[in-house]
Design a protein around this ligand. Sequence first.
Ligand SMILES: [Zn+2]
Ligand SMILES: [Zn+2]
Length: 317
Amino acid sequence: MELSNLAVPSVYVLIFFLAYTSQWLLKDLEPAPPTEGEYIRFNILLICLLISYTRSVFVDPGHIPTMHEHEKGPANDVSDNFPSQSRPDNTNGHRKWCRKCNLPKPPRAHHCRTCGRCIPKMDHHCPWTANCVSHTTFPHFLRFLFYAVASLAYLASLLWPPIAHLWHNRNMPSYLGPSMLQLVHLFALCVGDFVMLFALGILLVRNIWSLAVNTTTIEGWEIERHATLVRRARYFGGWLEGPGGVQVRIEKQEFPYDVGIWTNCKEGMGTGNVSAISLSIIQSSEKGYMPLPYPVAHCCHMVSRPSLPRRPSLTFR
Ligand SMILES: [Zn+2]
Ligand SMILES: [Zn+2]
């Protein structure tokens, strides 16, 4: 059994430890157990967390439709997707081709070695969900981060009163306080809560930023690489040496998918419905894809996407 197969069960065990053993411990600690309202609010957050995490793990990250699927698809889709001329030697030099899948690689798609196929709008392959964060799984992944951070912050607020009480009574005889086992349990919960809150908080902010600017992790690296090339080229009159000693003109290109925060958020979350964005239980999946304002095959081919605005004169490859 590979170690990576243990990642998802480990996350469920960690959620169980932090979320449920804490509730069992807190009911016996002074100054007072959490109130009924606090238990209810905490458990609602935990239900949302478990649903969004489970969806991040099990929702299909999508695939690039094969020629066969396109031939079977609706007639009005065919012209926008894979025309029969889009073979590698007839690609007029613009389309990328995945040699491993032997299929065209649409803009924003990348080949994931772990999933073994090209993934639409791939962000990264997350080892903790054992799934790609992609066009279809990003909303679940973001909600998972949000509910994880909210649950951890709420747990911190529940852990604080007993810790403050212990500190206040630190000079009292130890037999009047909690047992050694309870103290170790409380300490482990505090460390786990703090570490996870810090790590997932950073990840949440980073992913909200990604959503707002409509830039995946891989595209972020590409933008950085491009900026470095442009900086270097400035010293050589806008030219750099390419493969085989060929001089290549380097021009600054603007990233074309950032079309305004609200439109970016709608596209990234697959809906403009605010309640559907925040509640993972509402947003459903249909044949592995979530409902989107445009067909997923169009999204794979941003050049032909009909319903969202785009700056037509800009290219980013
Ligand atoms: Zn591929
Ligand atoms: Zn993957």
